[in-house]
Design a binder for this molecule. Structure first.
Ligand code: ADP
Ligand code: ASP
Ligand code: MG
Length: 452
């Protein structure tokens, strides 16, 4: 089979001229790279989200537009200030300005997606131009032609079958040509032509979806760290790079907060068995991580991750003693309000459930709906606690290790633990802690289990 690599570059990898140039070199150094997916230049999406909030007065709007102009101009200037690029960016800045004033009349997730999509459109247009400038033929491709989703603006769900047939029809002919296709991550379109987004950090997911749709033989995620580490190197600077991970391990890490991969990234890769490589676009020679179906080693402890913005709901009812149907009743309410339950523990008279209070692209929190709580109060006592974080230990066959729980617990004996989840998967052990305690607890667990 002919090799086909989808190379994704994150915001910092295209945030400056130097970063973009380094990413260009990484992309062309692999002859299998036929599709390049990029995020908006670093910092741009945050500015666009602020402009879409409807909370910027005219002065603030122009201040933010100035920042956007500076970020892109410093790259364009080093490319010799070609008129084509300046005109492209100027026309997008003009559109952003108009839309920001529209947001002031009434913000919406739909409008936010339209505004933020400009970030990826601008960065990729400049990036594609750079390829051609340096002598590598490239075509700029608007990914919305093929990346079809539902209409949940700010956190849209892709339709893989439709994406596949659109890709085969519109992208495959380009990919088999002589030019590299440079396209956007994160942004997409619903079936009536409105712009949607896959949620913050969604460009990794875009690359994996394109990889699946085009039958890629590898997906490369180029970022600002040389691979997936035993924990976030920002929290533990001496954390170590993991040379290879199974899909399961990497998916657990991403789900439990390892920002290096968007939590959905591995889903399309697993569906087609495509190996995923994670490396640094600035230091590609420093090595990286291969994520694949099977690995040589299966250590008991692989990594520790931190997931913020957790809420705990404790539902209790004395009537639960010996009664049946209480859990079904509770989960039916959650399902009706489309709230996906993360972790669950039960006792004789109560259930404890964690929910992720994370946000969509607009920054709007998936808060716990008051109506849902009212319904639950109709048949049980409800206690809600927010401001919590999950610390997850990811590993293999942890249930077979004697003393594991006491080992982990002794590492965090200084902190109150709100909930422990263990048993459903032999790949993880999770602790729910106060958000303020969680980073220190993570450092201690890492030291205790992964620095031996
Ligand atoms: P990009 O813009 O390239 O998508 P992100 O900021 O989304 O980059 O992800 C890279 C960041 O993920 C790193 O800078 C690091 O701080 C963070 N991170 C969290 N957990 C891990 C981990 N286990 N290994 C490596 N990086 C991690
Ligand atoms: N630009 C988007 C964000 O900042 C998507 C991404 O970077 O993956 O969230
Ligand atoms: Mg990211």
């Amino acid at each position: 089979m002919k090799e086909l690599d989808i190379a994704k570059f994150g915001g910092t990898s295209v945030g400056t001229y130097e970063a973009m140039e380094s990413s260009y070199k990484v992309a062309v150094s692999n002859p299998a790279t036929r599709v390049v997916v990029a995020s908006a230049c670093s910092g741009v999406t945050n500015i666009l989200v602020e402009l879409a909030s409807g909370a910027c007065n005219a002065q603030k709007i122009d201040e933010n537009l100035g920042k956007l102009s500076d970020i892109h101009s410093q790259i364009i200037e080093k490319l010799g200030s070609p008129k084509e690029l300046s005109d492209f960016v100027q026309s997008h800045l003009k559109e952003i300005r108009n839309l920001a004033f529209e947001a002031n009349m009434g913000r919406s997730d739909e409008l936010t997606d339209r505004i933020v999509s400009n970030g990826e459109l601008m960065s990729t247009y400049i990036f594609a131009w750079m390829f051609n400038h340096f002598g590598t033929k490239a075509v700029w491709f608007d990914v919305r032609r093929v990346m079809r989703t539902d209409s949940q603006f700010g956190c849209a769900a892709p339709m893989p079958e439709v994406v596949r047939s659109l890709c085969q029809e519109q992208l495959t002919p380009l990919v088999s040509g002589d030019a590299i296709v440079v396209t956007q991550g994160f942004i997409a379109q619903n079936s009536v032509g409105q712009t949607t987004t896959l949620g913050r950090g969604g460009s990794d997911f875009s690359a994996a979806l394109l990889g699946e749709a085009l039958d890629a033989t590898s997906i490369s995620i180029w970022t600002d760290v040389p691979g997936v580490y035993t924990t976030d190197p920002r929290l533990v600077p001496h954390a170590k790079c993991i040379p290879e991970l199974t899909y399961n391990e990497a998916a657990e890490m991403a789900t439990f907060g390892a920002k290096i991969l968007h939590p959905s990234t591995l889903v399309p890769a697993v569906r087609r068995g495509i190996p995923v490589y994670v490396g640094s676009s600035r230091e590609p020679d420093k090595g990286g991580t291969w994520v694949r179906l099977k690995t040589e080693s299966h250590p008991a402890f692989r990594a520790v991750a931190l997931r913020k913005n957790q809420s705990l709901i404790v539902l209790s009812s004395p009537k639960m003693v010996g009664a049946s149907g209480f859990l079904a009743k509770v989960f039916e309410v959650f399902a009706r309000y489309k709230r996906s339950v993360d972790l669950v523990t039960t006792s004789e008279v109560s259930i404890a459930i964690t929910l992720d209070a994370g946000t969509n692209t607009s920054g709007v929190s998936h808060a716990i709906p008051d109506d849902m709580l009212e319904e639950l109060r109709g048949f049980c006592h409800v206690k809600v606690e927010s401001g919590l974080s999950l610390v997850a230990i990811i590993g293999n066959k942890m249930a077979d290790i004697p003393g594991l729980t006491s080992d982990a617990l002794s590492a965090i004996s200084d902190f109150p633990v709100k909930m422990i989840c263990y048993g459903a998967s032999s790949h993880n052990l999770c602790f729910l802690l106060n958000a303020d305690d969680a980073p220190e607890a993570l450092v201690k667990i890492h030291k205790h289990l992964l620095e031996k």
